[in-house]
Write a protein that binds this ligand. Sequence first.
Ligand code: NDP
Length: 294
Amino acid sequence: MPAHKSVKLNTGAEMPTLGLGTWRSQPGAVERAVAHALKHGYRHIDTATAYGNEKEVGEGIKQSGVPREQIFLTTKLNNPDQRNVASALDASLKALDTPYLDLWLMHWPCPMTKEGGADKERDWRDTWRDMEKVYKEHPEKVKAIGVSNFSVSYLRELLKFATVVPAVNQIESHPLCLQEDIVEECRKHGIAVTAYSPLGSDQAPLLEKPVVKKLAEKYKVAPSNILISLQANRPGVTVIPKSVTPHRIEENAIIVDLTEEDIKALFELEKENHTRFCKPYWTGWGNIGFPDLD
Ligand code: NDP
């Protein structure tokens, strides 16, 4: 992929299309993964307070030798921190050992208690208002704010009262769960989308799909490149495959231009077998507006 390929956010900033995901990337491995990715051309790293690895992600960034200002760094507000937005941001900055974030996302529209259940006394709308406040008062700490796991109905609700339109909505997306309705809604409002779990999450089950393998042969690339390229070929979409394996990190960075027919063939998969790998029920907030989960 040309290093310059990026999506322009509604803030004017450029977000590199390809990023490295770090969920389930353990301390010890994640520093090496982040440093390896950055040394091999990645300029976008995705983490979250919930992943328990912000400190190590920060160390990986330093080990890479790539200047901080050349890197697009995203982290996410943890569900149990929705009542203390400003101090959660400071804690993330401290853990990552960075003066600022390029993007800070509300991880789920699901406030939770420290014990882990739904915090029904807290409204995620107030969390967004608090995020807007920090963003407006401290532009030196956070360059853009956004959301994650927002369905169409949650996005519409947000846009009724928001004074800052989210820069990004980060959602699960791969050929078994494309969520084109959300992507369309985001495009309508100038919100970029980041596709998570592009390989089907843990153990990358989608690499085995015959159509994915066939397209990999056609383009003489690995199956992972087809799944990552599918997202990178969608206008306004960025993609964050996770790996802690050096050769896979390098391999995943190849993006090919798929034809409309290739994309159509990949879009067909969902009709046979719609599958979501990351369901929101554990938050205690039900299906949070995802009709396919009813
Ligand atoms: P992915 O779809 O990125 O798949 C990760 C799995 O694929 C790992 O088991 C990895 O193994 C394996 N893998 C990676 N590359 C290859 C390859 N070339 N060949 C074979 N196997 C490969 O899953 P994730 O769920 O991790 O999603 C990506 C990122 O999205 C997350 O890490 C996180 O940053 C973000 N995310 C955000 C969520 C949210 O709520 N906002 C929810 C879920 C994810 P190995 O590491 O051992 O190489």
